[in-house]
Design a binder for this molecule. Structure first.
Ligand code: PAF
Length: 282
């Protein structure tokens, strides 16, 4: 595995590979790699000739009171894991390389960034869209692999790719969960053992909601209330939001129909966890 820190070198290597007719797959990450990331890398490797992974803790997507400084950066372990997953190129730029001074250009995806996490993390998706737009220009992949755990991010980035005509196919891969059902997250390391046990309640409450809908529940308010009640009863978490939205557009639903995304964000101390489940009705 080659580790590349410069934008120019990365662009040169990928251009070379593309000239040789290689299909390039790309997995963007912020490091602190876990099985969720590794599953994306393995799939990328199966489906492409060249697998590129980026590790960049993107300052532009963190709010001033968020955990940018504290975000885990286990560089050596990440390199070892990426190497074992069969990654060909690890792109690992510095902040300066990605945002040379002065930096003035951002990508803003409208509307669908205003609700769910966007409401609680103003500017977050502008930072995500900007960095992923830049990474797509640097890595020039044929396929971009994203995780369903960040459901809103995946919908926003698909919209960006479509609106700005990035020549890339976006593939969204399933959430990887621990044995207790809790979604794997780089932020799980911040949790106390008790909070980590409680984190599994998020998924159990989503599963229960899905089962209710599948058994005929047609009140969205009742579905949301059921989730909120269970989380408040069984955990010490503070709920940012629980919402049922259209899975493709993230718009609020007026009735239980089509492909529904039930999404939530819950804070355990300063650690914010997100999770979601998809329900297809008819
Ligand atoms: O999901 C993430 O880890 C980040 O938001 C991403 C897509 C790598 C952009 O920084």
């Amino acid at each position: 595995m080659r580790v590349i820190r410069s934008v120019k070198t990365m662009q040169r290597l990928v251009s070379q590979a593309r000239r040789q007719g290689k299909r390039v797959g790309f997995v963007p990450t912020m490091g602190a790699l876990h099985e969720g990331h590794l599953s994306l890398m393995r799939r990328c490797r199966r489906e492409n000739d060249l697998t590129v992974v980026s590790i960049f803790v993107n300052p532009a997507q963190f709010g001033p009171t968020e955990d940018f400084k504290a975000y885990p950066r286990p560089v050596k372990a990440d390199q070892r894991l990426a190497g074992k997953a069969g990654v060909d190129i690890l792109f690992y730029p510095s902040d300066k390389e990605m945002y040379p001074d002065p930096y003035r250009t951002y990508i803003e995806v409208e509307k669908m960034t205003e609700n769910l996490c966007g409401k609680f993390r103003p500017g977050h998706f502008k930072g995500v869209a900007t960095v992923v737009g830049k990474l797509l220009n640097i890595v020039q992949p044929d396929v971009l692999y994203l995780g369903q755990k960040d459901a809103q991010q995946a919908v926003v980035l698909k919209q960006m790719v479509r609106d700005l005509n990035f020549p890339v196919t976006v593939k969204v891969c399933p959430i990887v969960r621990g044995p207790d059902g809790a979604a794997l997250s780089s932020r799980n390391v911040y949790l106390t053992p008790q909070e980590r046990r409680q984190a599994a309640v998020l998924f159990r409450s989503l599963q229960e909601a899905k089962e209710k809908i599948q058994s005929g529940e047609r009140s969205l308010a009742a579905v949301v209330q059921g989730i909120r009640r269970r989380i408040l009863k069984e955990t010490s978490g503070k709920i940012d939001y629980v919402a049922c939205v259209n899975a493709q557009t993230l718009e609020p639903l007026s009735c239980v129909d089509g492909k529904i995304l039930i999404a939530l964000a819950v804070r355990f101390g300063s650690t914010r966890l997100i999770d979601n489940i998809l329900v297809q009705v008819r």
